[in-house]
Structures are given as structure tokens and as C-alpha cells.
Design a protein around this ligand. Structure first.
Ligand SMILES: Cc1cc2nc3c(=O)[nH]c(=O)nc-3n(C[C@H](O)[C@H](O)[C@H](O)COP(=O)(O)OP(=O)(O)OC[C@H]3O[C@@H](n4cnc5c(N)ncnc54)[C@H](O)[C@@H]3O)c2cc1C
Length: 546
């Protein structure tokens, strides 16, 4: 038998990458397996709000846990955490009651994470802060919350796991679970790049595959249904408002509008789904529901330019006969030896991005206890890569003769590791060139990401450095970035074209549902560029086919 791992972690979302990091830091021989890219599942489809738990006021232990985790994240991931002021538009008397009960309790926790208490504002006061708010709102409540870049969070946990000795593989899909009698012994995987199939053995298999948990458990002969709940987002081409805005949606849930880097995210829907999470898509109704809900608070929203939609599936606990809004977002760590009599197999149900670290800690505690390993958790104190040191944007801009803005954008993604990227421009000054203008991504940053952050294609770069995430949605940068990838990874022209087509098809999925009015002509320009630069017309997944 080949080398045996202590732990095989399935899933490179926040919970899996976090578990791999914790296991590796405690000295366990660990392998992390992700079938696509890190953060490409639900974690990458979330809004990145690491809230102190304002939605869970009826679950005090959730508020306490979220608050504690936000405090840790502000330290261990400080370079990818940012604060947003939020104005909650109160639309009527019923809303007023719902929005203000529990305000004092929540405010008790806000100081712990350096946030302001919840404050009530008159309509005029609120409109002074955010002039795009409707003058028809009754009142407003002000608070602030922290946000995080979910893609980088997952990748940095995977990178940290690797730095602590773990084997870390993306594009490696678990296609079967190896079970002998009452024990899970390992997994069978397929390398999606080479097609190679391999068996990997371990003392523990940790199923951290979010909404796919049930699918993996089925491979182990275990029935584990979750409540799968789809959430969609709409992305606008700029920061529409200066603050985040929350208001009651048309069906009584909450809708939010978050300025997010150079764009704005409007979310989210919540529909239970019963099919394959891979088939979840944003519908025309999702888009209309969200815009119609938020335009009551921000009337100009309908005129704004929508550039994309995306959706993900929440892996919720299998609780039924309560609305999604009232269902807990807490998690359950399942020891399948206890629940199903199957040894060597553990999994998560439920959870949220904000509590990924404590989820990972509890899973690693359980595995250590079963293996008889005594090792203290350190994930709450040891910084993730880039959060170790201080950031001095102006000093670095001067030292490497680069614009402060560009260095600032690099630092917002790489923190104290920024000089590692800037150094690349000393030997190769041409690496200073900007590849993605919308998000200010330089060639140096792309090369760094390809060399050190497990990135191998345009989609990975989108998640690492926001390439193509801005207003032009990669119309002008994908071919430029591709030449850098091809050079760095020595790709053949066929491989490079394949990547460009995959990327365009993936982007098309998020755009096709919202094409109307001026967006049709914008997309025509986009498609004309594909057709004239690389003959990409009449390909499946492009609009002439749909
Ligand atoms: C619309 C929406 C908004 C949200 N907003 C927030 C928010 O603002 N704040 C917050 O805290 N939470 C939020 N959440 C919840 C949060 O995103 C999820 O709870 C969390 O990200 C789940 O992470 P995970 O690692 O468990 O799952 P995932 O991120 O889905 O990771 C599971 C991984 O397993 C991989 N996988 C699946 N099958 C296999 C296989 N066979 N082999 C190998 N790998 C496999 C998948 O590719 C995937 O990457 C939101 C969720 C949604 C849907």
C-alpha cells in the first residue's frame, strides 16, 4: 500500500481548506483534495460578509461564536478583511419593530470587534450619509460589519496547509470512497487535468464538500441528506452606493446591496432545491425579485448597469417545516462512527463562511482525539500568508517606482507579501504592465499567482486577483492574461484556446439571464471581439447557440 495519510480532506472551500490547515498545523499528515479550484463552490458564491451575527439574535451562542471569529479574522487575515458601513432602510412600522428589537443586545457585542453600536437615524440623516436612499423610507438604522475576500480566504488556508507540510491538490475529484467493512480506508480520485485515476489511503476521511456532502457520503454507503438552498446575486458595474444598504425584500426576507471592490453586489435569494447543486442557476425571476426589492430603498437601482449574476447552494442542516430565514446557520460535526457505525469518516452539515475556522478546529479536535494526538490549535493566532507583517504602500510604491494605486491594489490582496511581487519587476520591468485595467492587475501579480498560489488558468486568476471581475468582465484582458499564462506554464496554442473558451463560456452562464436593452449591444461588442480575435463564434455556450 502507498503512503497512508492521517487525514484526507475532501473539498477546498472554506471548511475543507480550513480543516486541512488546522490538521497540518497540528502535525497530522494531511492531503487536501478539491475537484475544481479552491473557493469555486459555495464559499466563492457568498457575499463575504463576516457578520457578528446580526441575523441570529434568537441564537445567542451563534452571535457569540460569530463575534469571536470576526475578532480572530481581523488578525489572522487582516489584509483581506474590510469594513463597510451599513444603512438598514426601515420601510414601515412593522419593519421598525422587527429591525429594532434586539438592537441593544447586538450592540453589546459590536464593541468586541471594534464596530459601532446600532444607531437609529432619521430619513434626512440617513440620506446625508447615503444620498441614493429613497426619501420615502420611514427611518434608518446604522451599523457596520466586516467583509472578507472569500476566494483568497480559501486559497490562503490551502497555501498555509501546504506551508505546514500538507499535500494540496486542486482539480482532483473524489470519484469513490474506499470502504472495507465498517471502516472508510481512503478515496479514489481522478486528476481532471491528466485523467489519471489513483487510490489514496488515510486513517480519516473528512468530508467537507459543502452541498456535495450527501453525494460523497453516498459513495461511502451512508445516507446523509442536507437541506440545499440556492442563493443568487446580481453584480453591478460600479459602486452604486457609498455604504451598504439593507432593506426588507418583497417577500419579507432581507435584501442587501454591498459595494464590493469596484462593483456592487445585490443579494440574495433563498430557494430550497432538490436536484444536483451543480445544476443551480440564476433565473430571470431571481434578478427581478432582487431589483424590485431593493429599488424601494434605492430607486435609481433599476437604471444601473448589471454585468453578471452568480449563485451558490447553502449546505444547510436537514431541518424542515421552518422557513429558510428561521433555520439555524450553525453547524453539526458528524462522527459517522457514532451516527452510522462507520469508522474513519467525519463530515460537516451546515455552517457559514464566518465560522469556518471554528468548524475546522472542532473537526481537527475530534480527529486528534481519535488518533490519540495531543496538539493545541493555533489557527486563531497564527496569521495566514500575507497577514504576518505590516503594509507600507507609499514606501513600496517609491521603492519600486510603481503607482501608489497599483501597489495599494496588490497589497489589498497580498498584504505583507506585496514586495515579493514588486521584486519581480526589478529584473523584468515589463512585468509592471497592467493586464486587467478594471481591477488594476499587473503582469507581475499574475506571474506570482501562477508560481505560488496554485493558479493554472484564467478562472483561477479571476479568483486569485479578480482578473475579469470588473465592468468589462474580461472583454479586454482575457487574451492578454492568456499570453502570460501560456508563457509561464508553457501551454500549447490548443491548451491556451481551450482555457479562453472555457472562461468565456463560464462568464456567459452568469450573463445570459440578464441580457436586455443596452446590455445586448455591450455583449455584442464582447462577442465580436471573441469572433474577430480568435474566431470564437458559433461555439457551444456562446450566445448564438443559446
Ligand atoms: C448566496 C449565498 C450567500 C452567502 N453569504 C454568506 C455570507 O455573507 N457570510 C457567510 O458567513 N456565509 C455566507 N454564505 C454561506 C457560506 O457561503 C457557506 O456556508 C460556506 O461557504 C460553505 O463552505 P464549504 O467549504 O462548506 O462549502 P463549499 O465552499 O461549497 O466547498 C465544498 C467544496 O467541495 C468540493 N467538492 C465537491 N465534490 C467534490 C469531490 N467529489 N471531490 C473533491 N472536491 C469536491 C467543491 O468543488 C467545493 O469547492 C452564503 C451562501 C450563499 C449560497
Amino acid at each position: 500500500m502507498k503512503d497512508e495519510y492521517d487525514v484526507i480532506v475532501i473539498g477546498g472551500g472554506s471548511s475543507g481548506a480550513g480543516t486541512a490547515r488546522d490538521c497540518a498545523m497540528r502535525g497530522l499528515k494531511t492531503i487536501l483534495l478539491e475537484r475544481n479550484d479552491f473557493g469555486s463552490g459555495t464559499a466563492g458564491a457568498c457575499a463575504g460578509m463576516i457578520s457578528g451575527g446580526v441575523k441570529y439574535l434568537n441564537e445567542p451562542e451563534m452571535v457569540a461564536m460569530c463575534t469571536k471569529e470576526v475578532v480572530y479574522l481581523q488578525k489572522i487575515a487582516k489584509h483581506i478583511v474590510f469594513r463597510l458601513p451599513i444603512i438598514t432602510a426601515i420601510l414601515n412600522e412593522i419593519d421598525l419593530k422587527a429591525r429594532t428589537s434586539g438592537k441593544t443586545d447586538y450592540s453589546k457585542h459590536t464593541a468586541e470587534r471594534g464596530a459601532s453600536p446600532i444607531m437609529l437615524l432619521s430619513t434626512e440623516e440617513a440620506r446625508k450619509i447615503e444620498p441614493k436612499l429613497s426619501d420615502k423610507i420611514l427611518l434608518a438604522a446604522y451599523l457596520d460589519e466586516m467583509f472578507i475576500d472569500p476566494f483568497r480566504l480559501c486559497m490562503l488556508n490551502a497555501l498555509s496547509a501546504k506551508n505546514h507540510g500538507a499535500d494540496v491538490r486542486n482539480y482532483t475529484e473524489v470519484i469513490d470512497v474506499i470502504r472495507e467493512g465498517d471502516r472508510v480506508k481512503g478515496v479514489k480520485v481522478r486528476d481532471k487535468k491528466t485523467g489519471e485515476i489513483e487510490e489514496i489511503y488515510g486513517k480519516f476521511v473528512a468530508n467537507c464538500s459543502g452541498p456535495w456532502v450527501g453525494k460523497i457520503s453516498k459513495m461511502a454507503g451512508i445516507n446523509q441528506p442536507l437541506r440545499l438552498n440556492k442563493g443568487s446575486h446580481v453584480v453591478f458595474d460600479r459602486r452604486i452606493t457609498g455604504t451598504a444598504v439593507i432593506c426588507r425584500a418583497l417577500d419579507g426576507r432581507s435584501a442587501y446591496l454591498f459595494p464590493h471592490f469596484d462593483t456592487t453586489i445585490l443579494g440574495t435569494t433563498a430557494w430550497d432545491i432538490f436536484g444536483n447543486p451543480d445544476d443551480a442557476e440564476t433565473s430571470y425571476d431571481d434578478v427581478e425579485y432582487l431589483i424590485s426589492s431593493m429599488e424601494v430603498a434605492v430607486p435609481s437601482l433599476r437604471e444601473a448597469r448589471v454585468i453578471r449574476t452568480f449563485c451558490g447552494v447553502r449546505p444547510m442542516l436537514p431541518e424542515w417545516w421552518i422557513s429558510e430565514d428561521d433555520a439555524t446557520r450553525n453547524f453539526v460535526l458528524v462522527d459517522h462512527e457514532e451516527r452510522d457505525g462507520v469508522k474513519g469518516y467525519v463530515s460537516f452539515e451546515g455552517g457559514k463562511l464566518v465560522i469556518y475556522r471554528i468548524m475546522a478546529e472542532k473537526m481537527t479536535d475530534l480527529i486528534c482525539q481519535k488518533l490519540g494526538v495531543e496538539a493545541e490549535v493555533r489557527t486563531h493566532i497564527e496569521p495566514l500568508p500575507g497577514a504576518e507583517g505590516e503594509v507600507d504602500i507609499e514606501l513600496w510604491a517609491e521603492e519600486y517606482n510603481m503607482p501608489t494605486h497599483t501597489v495599494g491594489r496588490i497589497a489589498s490582496r497580498h498584504g505583507s507579501n506585496t514586495p515579493e511581487i514588486l521584486k519581480l519587476t526589478q529584473e523584468n520591468p515589463e512585468y509592471k504592465s497592467t493586464i486587467c485595467r478594471c481591477e488594476s492587475v499587473t503582469e507581475a501579480e499574475i506571474r506570482y499567482s501562477l508560481r505560488t498560489e496554485f493558479a493554472t488558468n484564467l478562472g483561477d486568476l479571476r479568483r486569485r486577483v479578480r482578473l475579469g471581475m470588473g465592468p468589462c468582465q474580461s472583454t479586454f484582458c482575457n487574451f492578454k492574461a492568456l499570453t502570460v499564462i501560456a508563457d509561464e506554464l508553457n501551454l500549447s496554442p490548443e491548451q491556451a484556446h481551450k482555457d479562453a473558451i472555457n472562461f468565456a463560456q463560464e462568464r456567459w452562464k452568469g450573463k445570459c439571464v440578464l441580457l436586455r436593452g443596452d446590455q445586448v449591444s455591450e455583449e455584442e461588442l464582447n462577442q465580436a471581439i471573441y469572433a474577430s480575435v480568435a474566431n470564437y463564434d458559433n461555439l457551444p455556450g456562446f450566445w448564438r447557440e443559446d
